[in-house]
Design a protein around this ligand. Structure first.
Ligand code: GDP
Ligand code: ZN
Length: 457
């Protein structure tokens, strides 16, 4: 595949003294070589070496003192020739270096273009490419481990395994179609039923942990509600203080989002601020019952806060009605003050909802709250080490489609339908799974996926 040479700054903007410009493509070495002044010409150095020297512009003026890594195809991230220029002068120098490289024949890389090339050149599959994006954005160490496993190809391996089983089924069907005179029909029937059921179980297993995977990856989107002065802000601040706040910035994208996360036992809790309802006082008054209900049901978790020191008000009741049926934890705050609240009434109206007693003032009950949150979503345990969590919505949707197809196949087998009809369902199942790892996906889809990356990745 003939591709032009691309370049971008691949270190995060704003990071300390060092910056790296990555160049990839057929002319990567020549382009940087024409600007490099060192002991040897870069075109003559061994692959995978680091070379000290200076970068000079066309007028012979020194831009920066640099270390240049030269990596020749195919053992590189993109499988093309790759040159990485380490600038000592930090980001300002890096921008000048990049500009000079661009003036000398490279093109500025699009977001995700390095990873896209790694994918197109067969170095990684699509689910691995997507995991690289997750890795960059991961909020907690656990989420990072999960993404890392996917980068390593654990999910791809699992998908490939299932596809192999399906292929075996197809091969078996082929044989049966080719030799109909053989009396193997009933054997085939048993075989098909057993094999397809196994595939169905495998897909179900992957799907059964997808919720957790998604939450590890995206965080538990959480809204804190309660009437004024019950202590929402105080609780929020206590949670933030006790759990190092993670503020992630997604650089390089058009919408530079800043989101607030806190880590609850390694699970990112994402404090949502849709329509300004993250910490809301008069939600209903502000946006109406219908819309508040919709906004609240979009959240994964609602913390409904009451004041232990005051009697239940009609406003409290309104909020209780609003959250009924959603995933709620009741927080009775200000337990350092005498009890005035009719807690039984709350429990009656919201039965089966966990109730936690806190004092934001005295920092009490916060650990219990965190424990209930992680229990609610993970039953206490997360096994990132020995489980492949599906975490990406695109993968989840495709797995569900695959499940539907294999189900149809099973039904057809059970009804003794013609074997070529079964083959179609099996083929479909294979295709859906193939899309996860990027086999048979359209250019549009791949463009769309890679455009979500940062520049330089
Ligand atoms: P919000 O309006 O729900 O966000 O409530 P705030 O967090 O702003 O708190 C309202 C008032 O209650 C402030 O004066 C807080 O210091 C106080 N407060 C919050 N939590 C507690 C608590 O657990 N115990 C006591 N005694 N006061 C609290
Ligand atoms: Zn407040």
């Amino acid at each position: 595949m003939e591709m032009d040479t691309i370049a971008a700054i691949s270190t995060a903007i704003g990071e300390g003294g060092i910056a790296i410009i990555r160049v990839s493509g057929n002319n990567a070495i020549d382009i940087v070589d024409s600007l490099f002044k060192g002991k040897k010409k870069l075109s003559t150095v061994d692959s995978h070496t680091i070379n000290y020297g200076y970068l000079i512009d066309i007028n012979g003026e020194i831009i920066d003192e640099v270390l240049v890594s030269v990596m020749r195809a195919p053992k590189t991230f993109t499988r093309e020739d790759v040159v990485e220029v380490n600038c000592h002068g930090g980001i300002i120098a890096a921008k000048r270096v990049l500009d000079t490289i661009l003036e000398n024949g490279a093109r500025l890389a699009e977001p995700g273009e390095f990873t896209k090339r790694a994918f197109l050149n067969g170095r990684i599959d699509l689910s691995q490419a997507e995991a690289i994006m997750d890795l960059i954005r991961s909020k907690t160490e656990r989420a990072m481990k999960l993404a890392m496993r996917q980068v390593e190809g654990k999910l791809s391996d699992k998908i490939k395994e299932i596809r192999k089983e399906l292929l075996e089924i197809l091969a078996h069907i082929e044989v049966n179609i080719d030799y109909p005179e053989h009396d193997i029909e009933s054997i085939t029937h048993e075989f098909l039923l057993q094999k397809t059921t196994k595939v169905k179980d495998d897909i179900n297993f992957l799907l059964s942990h997808s919720n957790q995977g998604k939450i590890l990856r995206d965080g538990i989107s959480t809204v804190i509600v309660g009437r004024p002065n019950v202590g929402k802000s105080s609780l929020l601040n206590t949670l933030l203080r006790e759990n190092k706040a993670i503020v992630t910035e997604i650089p390089g994208t058009t919408r530079d989002v800043i989101e607030e996360y806190i880590s609850i036992n390694g699970v990112p809790l994402k404090l949502v601020d849709t329509a300004g309802i993250r910490e809301t006082e008069d939600l209903v008054e502000k946006i109406g019952v219908e819309r508040s209900r919709k906004a609240l049901s979009d959240a994964d978790l609602i913390l409904l806060v009451f004041n232990n020191n005051e009697e239940l008000t009609s406003e409290d009741i309104k909020l209780i009605d609003l959250v009924k049926g959603l995933r709620v934890i009741v927080v009775i705050n200000k337990t350092d003050l005498p009890k005035e609240l009719n807690i039984d009434r709350i429990k009656e109206k919201l039965n089966d909802v966990p109730v936690i007693y806190t004092s934001a003032k005295e920092k009490k009950g916060i650990e219990e709250l965190e424990e209930v949150i992680s229990k609610l979503f993970f039953e206490g345990q997360i096994q990132t080490d020995d489980l492949t969590y599906i975490s990406n919505s695109r993968h989840i949707a495709l797995l569900k489609n695959a499940l539907r197809s294999v189900d149809e196949a099973i039904q057809s087998i059970e009804e003794w339908l013609p074997i070529d009809m079964i083959a179609i369902d099996i083929k479909n199942t294979m295709d859906f799974l193939g899309e996860i790892i990027g086999e048979a996906i359209s250019d549009d889809l791949s463009d769309q996926i890679f455009s979500q990356f940062c520049v330089g990745k």
